[in-house]
Design a protein around this ligand. Structure first.
Ligand code: BJW
Ligand code: ZN
Length: 257
């Protein structure tokens, strides 16, 4: 045992703070009339599958400090602790399935000419739901990277009993992006291209506080896209997007099909 043991659609633009019951069919129509759609997701989309989010009352950062577990410095000083945390999360994830929100997004992809899903999540649930064009901004928990030769490979061992090593002898780390680390250039470039060309964007289940992911939603707005946020609560992005649909992603997204 390790130590880590009725939908309301509201337009909540900050300038008027009105609560207007939102017309779902308008969002639906805009979505259906858009040839290029981009979706940005965060931990909230997996919450209904049983994956803990990072922030908020039941979030991972309530019990663990990001500095101790999600930085390159933390891994350097205590790789065992960091791997224990990832092992615990991998074991939980290995039994978890996509929920109706993941499935709705995969379905939207089938119906749209140009579709890109940008996810901050490392859980791989979008792909399990059938999403194809996925950019994993923060990597994937089921991949590892060698600190010596840099090779990235799939690794689905759960549990990981001892520290994992590469065939070259180097220590393996989770192939995820930690605080203070650059996102993969190629991923960021592809994400920005998808943002710049989209006509409609969904921002689902993200607190909108981690950069550069959060700024992608604002960029889409600046570039002329219609941006719809889906979240159980308002976020720092809410004031800037076109609409905020308050509610669970698994309730709201399937209704847009
Ligand atoms: C529901 C729901 C339901 C619940 N339905 N909704 C500019 C300004 C200030 C700081 C920076 C800056 N640029 C860079 C930084 C530093 C840093 C940063 O952003 N810090 C801020 C926190 C202050 N960024 C970085 O370091 C990034 N690198 C970078 O920018 O490189 C260049 C650079 C380097 C050095 C210096 C300067 C520049 C890298 C960020 C890496 C983030 N990594 C993590 C861990 C990944 C691996 C892992 O999983 O183990 O990524 S941290 C964690 O946060 C994880 C997530 O992907 C990420 C975002 O969280 P997310 O997805 O939004 O989840 P939550 O929990 O925050 O929110 C959940 C939401 O869902 C909530 O809103 C709920 O309400 C909602 N919800 N249930 C709908 N059913
Ligand atoms: Zn190696």
């Amino acid at each position: 045992m390790s130590i880590f043991g009725s939908i309301k659609f509201v337009d909540l633009k900050q300038h008027n703070m009105q609560n207007i019951t939102y017309n779902l069919s308008d969002i639906k129509e805009r979505l259906h009339n858009s040839k290029a759609v981009t979706v940005l997701t965060g931990a909230g989309i997996s919450a209904e599958s049983g994956v803990p989010t990072f922030r908020g009352n039941n979030g991972l950062w309530k019990n663990f400090r990001p500095e101790d577990l999600a930085t390159p410095e933390a891994f350097k000083s205590n790789p065992k602790l960091v791997w224990e945390w990832y092992d615990w999360r991998r074991r939980t994830l290995s039994t978890i399935k996509p929920n109706p929100a993941h499935i709705a997004i995969a379905e939207i992809e089938k119906r749209v000419k140009e579709f890109t899903l940008i996810t901050q999540n490392v859980d791989g649930l979008h792909q399990l739901a059938g999403s194809k064009n996925v950019i994993e901004l923060h990597g994937n928990i089921w991949r590892v990277k060698c600190l010596s030769c840099g090779r990235v490979s799939e690794n689905r061992e759960a549990p990981i009993r001892i520290l994992p090593y590469c065939s070259c002898g180097g220590l393996l780390r989770p192939a995820v992006v930690w605080f203070g680390e650059m996102l993969e250039d190629n991923n960021l470039m592809k994400a920005v291209a998808a943002i710049d060309k989209c006509e409609f964007m969904f921002v689902v289940g993200t607190s909108g506080v981690v950069q550069p992911a959060a700024s992608l939603a604002l960029r889409a707005k600046d570039e002329g896209a219609f941006v719809v946020e889906v979240n159980i609560e308002r976020t720092p992005l809410s004031a800037s997007v076109d609409e905020t649909c308050l509610g669970k992603a698994g309730d709201i997204l399937p209704q847009l099909l």
